[in-house]
Design a protein around this ligand. Structure first.
Ligand code: G4P
Ligand code: NA
Ligand code: NA
Length: 194
């Protein structure tokens, strides 16, 4: 098992065969040492891609994205889920469907922070149905920047997100890939990282 798989086994709570609670290190309380390790791993996997910017989405994508940005020496932009008071002009927006809330939500970034010519690494905490990931990809496309790939902290491989991204030709790098889970345990798709 790699460092993240161990952490998930130690602290993750399987709420149902499709929902994993990891609020002790990723979604509520944040483990900074672990985030540094995750960011370092993303940076290593994408180090030859000429990344100029990292794009993520608030809130749980930000922590791993910041450490990847630190290691790659590039800025991080996070898409907002709510319209900001001061951020109103020059917005790129896309629509993301939430399966859990069964509603369509707008996400946005300021145009000035993603430039044509940028090579973007998109980072998120979970990859499930791929809706958020595709919404972020759409923002980067609207900016006429290039998507170098996706860095995902926890991929639920039994859901369709990875397949959707791969079908569009994107490279997907996930630190932990969950094949299946239930209250008795979690099975991972084996990885080479320790
Ligand atoms: P989904 O149905 O494809 O999972 O998408 P949905 O929009 O419903 O996801 C809602 C939130 O739940 C997202 O975070 C997503 O990252 C997260 N998520 C999806 N699957 C899991 C899971 O198994 N465990 C946990 N802990 N989270 C999951 P969000 O609402 O944007 O929250 P945040 O980024 O502010 O934390
Ligand atoms: Na989340
Ligand atoms: Na997220």
């Amino acid at each position: 098992m790699n460092f993240l798989e161990k952490k998930i086994c130690d602290e993750g709570i399987v709420l149902s065969p499709s929902v994993l609670k990891v609020d002790s290190f990723l979604n509520h309380q944040i483990d900074p040492e672990l985030m540094l390790q995750i960011g370092t791993e993303f940076a290593d996997r994408f180090k030859n891609e000429g990344i100029t910017k990292i794009v993520t989405i608030e809130s749980s994508g930000i922590a791993p994205a910041v450490f990847a940005g630190l290691k790659l020496s590039v800025p991080i932009v996070f898409a907002r889920k709510k319209k900001s008071l001061t951020l109103t002009d020059g917005l790129l927006t896309s629509s993301v469907y939430s399966f859990t809330k069964q509603e369509q939500n707008e996400i946005s970034v300021a145009k000035k922070f993603i430039q044509p010519g940028d090579r973007v690494l998109i980072i998120d905490d979970f990859l499930a149905h791929g809706e958020a990931a595709l919404g972020l990809a759409e923002l980067v496309d609207q900016a006429h920047a290039t998507i170098a790939g996706f860095g995902i902290v926890i991929e639920k491989s039994f859901q369709v997100g990875r397949q959707k991204l791969e079908d569009q030709g994107y490279r997907v790098e996930s630190i932990a890939r969950i094949k299946e889970m239930d209250t008795k345990g979690i099975t991972f798709i084996l990885s080479e990282v320790m």
